[in-house]
Structures are given as structure tokens and as C-alpha cells.
Design a protein around this ligand. Structure first.
Ligand SMILES: Cc1ncc(COP(=O)(O)OP(=O)(O)O)c(N)n1
Ligand SMILES: Cc1ncsc1CCOP(=O)(O)O
Ligand SMILES: [Mg+2]
Length: 546
């Protein structure tokens, strides 16, 4: 199988927001209106054919309850903006209780479906789900050799989440010998990984790593061992292996019984992202975030009477407050140069909030917070919407200070709150798991609470005296060090930081101190871009020294 092509715009660690915007290009399905006759109708036809659309072919079983299988795959691809064709390998009678019956489609007819789709349509990525017999696996491999695609995603579905067998032991050898060597990624959960490796016991993250390595040796280019079923863990941890490096992917474990179809959905999302041109790791990260968000938004859904319900893949269509456009995987490195605006300072220098943000980004700010204490809500929201656009197009996350309502209305990437603002856990309830939440902390206890509440980072300060925030106690280096050492979350230092002292803050060498947040040193100056550039180069030099 040809390897996955790199995305046309390389994704740097600081550019996740822009990539998220690109990755969720909600296709605008305008109603089909017959165009009035024009002089050149042929042109329209030509340009329509010239527009390629990311295309995933799922080769899987039908789930009559529509939570998993083909139905989940189509919904997941639709949600991420990819077209999804389908080759059905089996029809299952299934609901929220379990699998009541399986009717495998004859091999020849699976082959006929494959040929129909692959010979005619430009499929980018093939994703496999339930392959009920060794014969069907072989037919698939033959067709993939005849009609090569950009990538093959193999979800080795063997047992349903209800515990029913979907693919017998006789297919295992064919999976391992024929399909895996063609795969770009294989995505077993721990139970499947254990089965694939002869019922080895997988209890720990270290076991998951060993399993990923052993499966990699069977031939796929990447392996993702999913740890959602691991006991006693508060996070949902998956292990990704590319043959060189193991990456642990941490996610929130959402408390819900509506988890039927998560495996199919994750693999389909990976396929959709690959079809759109993402790199493998990025595709996996987006897919994981998507599943987490879908589970979160569907946690209270009631469909069926059984123990495991389906979830809503198209939640974003019904939930304008959680638009997918901002699904942003938080990267702690984004805290490196945190520009925090101040309306008073910008007014003093005769610039708008929007121009201030543009200049900070031009100078190299890696994250922006709108801290507008004296701006009327209407004006603030308008400015915030304009800043969201600027930040998205530059790949810089935009957070709103204090105002959860404004953040929701402008679909910002997150919110920063302090100890007297809305508690972080309430903010998380309102924003959902896909947004970034920062909390100001001056003590280890506050840092611990921020972690429990589901925050992504903490702001710690004032490190130095400041006139920007009234009555703000100064913690000094010792206070900063104490909080950093106690914090399980990444930290950004704030308060009185400028080009003269920023280097000394970073040179403290505290491992989770990821950057500095600055107001007056950038915005109470004539040229914001120049000041930001100077501060950035000081920070970079300090980091290279420490
Ligand atoms: C990055 C960052 N850290 C700390 C703060 C301070 O927030 P808070 O304590 O809520 O005070 P106000 O900014 O609301 O006055 C921050 N804004 N950003
Ligand atoms: C908002 C805030 N929180 C703690 S100190 C501070 C003000 C930082 O402003 P400056 O960078 O101008 O000192
Ligand atoms: Mg506040």
C-alpha cells in the first residue's frame, strides 16, 4: 500500500488551530436549485467534475441498531467532511442489548461490491471493520492489489462491545498474514490486541506498548492499541507506535454507557482525516478528540433499553455552541508566548483589539487571550469574532478572559478564569471537552483543584510586581517554583514580565513551565509586533541555554 501522503500545508506544533479549521471544512450543502439557462452550461459541468472530494470506502458489517458498523462509519465520515461509500460484508441483527444474528454476505458478492466502487470512484482510503471470514479478507486483499488506494485503515473487529463474536478464529491468520502487511494503521482495542497475539494478558500501559510493537512486526506501518477498556484508569489512554516512537495519547474518560460504535467511529475518523491529507499521528489525534466530543455530547442520550447505547456523530449540527471548527487539540507548547490584550492600553495607543491581535501574531505570539475588562459586551463580541478569524487563519489559539458567554458566542478556542470567576468545572460543563481552559493559581492547592476540575493549563503569578492588575500579590520565583512543582498541568508565568526579565523566568528550568503571559510589555508599547518579536527571541535564547 502506498504510504499516506504528507499534508500540503505541513502542520507545526503551533499550528493546530488552523489545521483544525481546515480539517473541519463543513461542506455547505446549499439546496439544489436548477440554474437559469446560461450561455455556457458546459463550463459548470467541467468545474464540478474537477472538484475532488475526500473519499473513504468502508468495508464492514451493517448494524441494524445503527450505532456501529457501516452506519457509524458513514456518519463519522460525514461529520468530518469526507464522502463514504460502503461494501457490506455481513448483515447483523443488533441492538443496544447485543447481537441477535449474523448473516455473512457471500464472498463473491463482497468482491462484486468492491469492484463496483473501486473501479469507478476515486477512493482515497479504505477502512475495514467486520470481516467475518478468511475468504472475505482474501477477496478484499485481491481487490486492494488490483485497485491501490492511498491508505488502508484496519480496525480488527472480532468481538462486539456486547461480547458477541463477529469474526471467528479462522480469520485471524489471514488478517495477520495478508491484511496487516498492507495496512497503514491497525487499531485494535486491548481485547483484540490480546487475541491477535495469542491471548496474551494486557494489563498495563507497558503491556500495551509491547503489544503495539508485536503487532507492528506483523507488517502495518502504524499501530494504535486502544486502552478504553483498561481497568482502573481515569484517562482513556491509547498507545500509538510508528515503528520508532511510542506515543501515549491521553483523553478524557467520559462517564456514559453510550459507547457502542466507538471503535468503528475512531477508525473511520482516522480514515476521513487521511483522505483529507492529514499525517497519521494528526489523523489519530483528531479522531480521538472527535470520539471524546461525540461521547460527551451524547452522554445522556437514551436510545434503546440495553446496557450499551449508540451516540450522536452529528452532534455539532445540533449544537451550534460547540461548532467543530474550533475542535482544537491543546498543545502545552502553545503557552510559549502568551499575548493578553488590554482595551485601555490599545485605546491609549490608538489601535483596535483586532489590530493589536494581528500585530502580536505577526510578532510571533503563540496564543492570544482577549482580556477586555472595560469593553461593552456587544463591542467585545464583535471584536472577538474578528479575532477568532485572524487567529484561526494563523493557527494560533484564541482564549477569552472570564466571559464564557462571549467565548461560546464567538466559538473561541477556550476561556481563562481566575479564582473568583466561574469555577473551571462549570466552565468545562458549558464548553465541552474540545475547548481549552486555563485557571489562575497562586498555590499548590489551587493547582490541584484546577487539575481535578478539568483545566488544561494554569497561569501563575504575579511573578513580578505589576500595575496591570490591581491588588495582585507578587509570588516571586519561589512562589512560581512551588506552584510549578506541585502542578500536574502545564504552567504559564504572568505578572510584570517583560524583555528585561523573561529570560530569567525561563532559565528557572522548571519542566512544566511552558512560557510567559504578557500584557503591558506588548500592548503598552508603540509597536506591538516589534515588542513581541524581541520577547520571542529572548525566550528562545533562554530556552536554548537552559
Ligand atoms: C494566562 C493568564 N494567567 C492569569 C490570568 C489572570 O486571570 P484572573 O485571575 O481571572 O484575573 P483577570 O485576568 O480576570 O483579572 C490571566 N488573565 N491569564
Ligand atoms: C492578569 C494578571 N494576572 C496576574 S498578573 C496579571 C497582569 C499581567 O500584566 P502585565 O504583563 O502587564 O504585568
Ligand atoms: Mg478573571
Amino acid at each position: 500500500m502506498a504510504s499516506v501522503s504528507a499534508p500540503s500545508a505541513a502542520l507545526s506544533p503551533h499550528r493546530t488551530s488552523a489545521s483544525a479549521a481546515l480539517l473541519f471544512p463543513y461542506p455547505c450543502f446549499s439546496p439544489r436549485v436548477s440554474p437559469a439557462p446560461t450561455a455556457r452550461p458546459r463550463r459548470l459541468a467541467v468545474s464540478a467534475r474537477a472538484m475532488p472530494w475526500p473519499h473513504v470506502l468502508t468495508v464492514a458489517g451493517s448494524d441494524s441498531g445503527a450505532g456501529a458498523g457501516i452506519q457509524a462509519d458513514i456518519k463519522a465520515c460525514a461529520a468530518l467532511g469526507a464522502y463514504c461509500s460502503s461494501v457490506i460484508t455481513a448483515v447483523t441483527a443488533q441492538n443496544t442489548v447485543g447481537v441477535q444474528g449474523v448473516h455473512a454476505v457471500p464472498e463473491e458478492f463482497v468482491g462484486e461490491q468492491l469492484k463496483s466502487v473501486l473501479a469507478d470512484m476515486s477512493v482515497d482510503v479504505v477502512k475495514t471493520g467486520m470481516l467475518p471470514s478468511a475468504g472475505i479478507v482474501k477477496v478484499l486483499c485481491e481487490n486492494l492489489r488490483k485497485f491501490p488506494v492511498k491508505a488502508l485503515v484496519v480496525d480488527p473487529v472480532m468481538v462486539s462491545t456486547s461480547g458477541d463474536t463477529l469474526s471467528g478464529p479462522s480469520t485471524l491468520a489471514t488478517y495477520r498474514d495478508e491484511l496487516f502487511p498492507m495496512a497503514d494503521i491497525v487499531t485494535p482495542n486491548v481485547k483484540e490486541a490480546s487475541k491477535l497475539l495469542g491471548d496474551v494478558s494486557l494489563q498495563t500501559i507497558s503491556d500495551m506498548r509491547s503489544a503495539a510493537e508485536s503487532i507492528y512486526k506483523l507488517g502495518p506501518k502504524h499501530v494504535l492499541v486502544k486502552g478504553g477498556d483498561m481497568p482502573d484508569s481515569t484517562d482513556a489512554i491509547d498507545v500509538f507506535f510508528d515503528g520508532e516512537e511510542f506515543i501515549e495519547l491521553h483523553g478524557l474518560r467520559i462517564k456514559t454507557s453510550n459507547t457502542h460504535g466507538t471503535g468503528c467511529t475512531l477508525a473511520s475518523c482516522i480514515a476521513a482525516e487521511l483522505a483529507k491529507g492529514a499525517t497519521m499521528l494528526h489523523a489519530v489525534e483528531v479522531a480521538k478528540k472527535f470520539v471524546e466530543s461525540a461521547l460527551y455530547h451524547s452522554k445522556d442520550l437514551v436510545i434503546g433499553n440495553g446496557p450499551q447505547g449508540p451516540f450522536d456523530h452529528l452532534f455539532s449540527l445540533n449544537s451550534p455552541l460547540h461548532k467543530m471548527g474550533s475542535l482544537h487539540k491543546f498543545n502545552p507548547d502553545d503557552l510559549f508566548l502568551y499575548a493578553v490584550t488590554d482595551s485601555g492600553m490599545n485605546k491609549k495607543w490608538g489601535r483596535s483589539i483586532k489590530d493589536a491581535v494581528k500585530a502580536a501574531i505577526e510578532g510571533g505570539a503563540t496564543i492570544v487571550q482577549l482580556r477586555e475588562k472595560d469593553t461593552e459586551t456587544r463591542e467585545f463580541l464583535e471584536a472577538a469574532k474578528a479575532c477568532v478569524e485572524i487567529c484561526r487563519s494563523s493557527g494560533v489559539p484564541l482564549l477569552i478572559n472570564d466571559r464564557v458567554d462571549v467565548a461560546l458566542a464567538c466559538n473561541a478556542d477556550g476561556v481563562h478564569v481566575g479564582q473568583s470567576d466561574m469555577p473551571a468545572w462549570e466552565v468545562r460543563e458549558l464548553l465541552g471537552p474540545g475547548k481549552i481552559i486555563g485557571v489562575s493559581c497562586k498555590t499548590p492547592a489551587q493547582a490541584g483543584q484546577a487539575w481535578k476540575d478539568g483545566a488544561d493549563y494554569i497561569g501563575c503569578g504575579g511573578v513580578f510586581p505589576t500595575t496591570t492588575k490591581a491588588n495582585n500579590p507578587t509570588l516571586g520565583f519561589e512562589g512560581l517554583r512551588t506552584v510549578c512543582l506541585a502542578s500536574k498541568l502545564p504552567v504559564v508565568a504572568i505578572g510584570g514580565i517583560n524583555t528585561g526579565n523573561a529570560g530569567s523566568v525561563m532559565e528557572l528550568g522548571l519542566p512544566n513551565l511552558k512560557g510567559v503571559a504578557v500584557v503591558s510589555a506588548l500592548f503598552d508599547r508603540e509597536c506591538v509586533a516589534t515588542e513581541t518579536r524581541s520577547l520571542r527571541s529572548i525566550l528562545m535564547n533562554a530556552c536554548s541555554r537552559s
